[in-house]
Ligand binder design. Structure first.
Ligand SMILES: C[S@@+](CC[C@H](N)C(=O)[O-])C[C@H]1O[C@@H](n2cnc3c(N)ncnc32)[C@H](O)[C@@H]1O
Length: 290
């Protein structure tokens, strides 16, 4: 898209003037290949997973409509969302948080919320994304107890103060190039006291472990900001943004140190839990509003 073709929304959101049409994949129970290569299925029994498959009547998004997740391994995409939904429910129960209002930033086409919605896991399920196509996908193809709303790169959420019980953002802070602290303050504003936010980030744990098979390996190591001393520079900076373009939202990879997260994010929240290497290629942080 040339600069002349741009509309103002393109600077703070994506695809806002699209009139989308989608190629759909079958519902999970109709997938011919139901192999799962990478996802740990210990979150539920085989019978419980079979029941979840039977209950999910909605089509699956094509790979291009789900941020490329899991390539052509469509079942793996579905079950990775089921795993995260269970993790969210389990973490909420551990922290004695009511299953009232759930909100997710960067929900894409609903990898996680489709499961929470089917399970009626929360009274309200809000799904935000800057990409209008994802919002339309969820609105057309997922249960009506999801409230999909397009947001922008400016940290504002259309939610009341102290209203949300559980918030999450999966692989989103690993792409928020700027206003990270303002986003955290916004999440803090909407959470109830005692409410929790589950956020995933890329840290030195992944930089030290990743190999060529990891999706982030290529984008990180081919970026001009990458260097053989990247890990040392990261340790010194606490956070490094690898920007691909400067003229639109969502065009960067962001890497943090665990030390930075504890030093900065703990000023706004209690860090209730920190799990390295969960899910898959990130670390998961559970923040609690004091
Ligand atoms: C790597 S994808 C992860 C998608 C989804 N969370 C999942 O795990 O399947 C990042 C998503 O966040 C969205 N996104 C990026 N920056 C955002 C922002 N500032 N506000 C809301 N959504 C954002 C993108 O459009 C994309 O759908």
């Amino acid at each position: 898209m040339s600069t002349e073709d741009k509309i103002w929304e393109d600077f703070i959101a994506l695809n806002s003037r699209d009139e989308p049409t989608f190629e759909l994949l079958p519902r999970v129970g109709e997938l011919e290949d139901r192999r799962n290569w990478t996802v740990d299925t210990s979150f539920a029994t085989a019978d419980a997973i079979a029941a979840m498959e039977a209950a999910d009547a909605d089509p699956l998004p094509a790979t291009e409509d789900r941020e490329g997740y899991n390539g052509d391994r469509h079942y793996e995409y579905w079950i990775s969302g089921a795993q995260l939904a269970s993790k969210i429910q389990q973490t909420a129960a551990e922290h004695k948080v009511e299953p009232g209002i759930y909100a997710e930033l960067g929900a894409a086409s609903g990898r996680v919320v489709r499961h929470l919605a089917r399970r009626r896991a929360f009274g309200e399920i809000w799904a935000f994304d800057i990409n209008w196509r994802h919002i339309v996908w969820m609105e057309r193809h997922l249960p009506t107890n999801i409230i999909p709303v397009q947001t922008s790169s400016i940290p504002t959420l259309p939610l009341e103060d102290a209203s949300v019980d559980v918030f999450s953002a999966w692989s989103v802070f690993s792409h928020i190039e700027t206003f990270e602290l303002q986003w955290l303050a916004e999440i803090r504003r909407v959470l109830k006291p005692g409410g929790i936010a589950l956020l995933s980030v890329v840290t030195e744990n992944q930089i030290g472990r990743m190999d060529k098979t990891w999706p982030m390996y290529e984008p990180l190591t081919t970026h001009p900001r990458w260097s053989p001393t990247f890990a040392d520079e990261l340790k010194e900076q606490g956070k490094i943004v690898l920007r691909w373009r400067n003229d639109r939202s969502y065009a960067s990879n962001v890497v943090y140190t665990k030390e930075y997260i504890f030093r900065m994010w703990s000023r706004m929240f209690e860090i209730a839990d920190y799990q390295e290497q969960y899910p898959d290629y990130q670390d998961m942080i559970v923040l609690k509003k004091r």
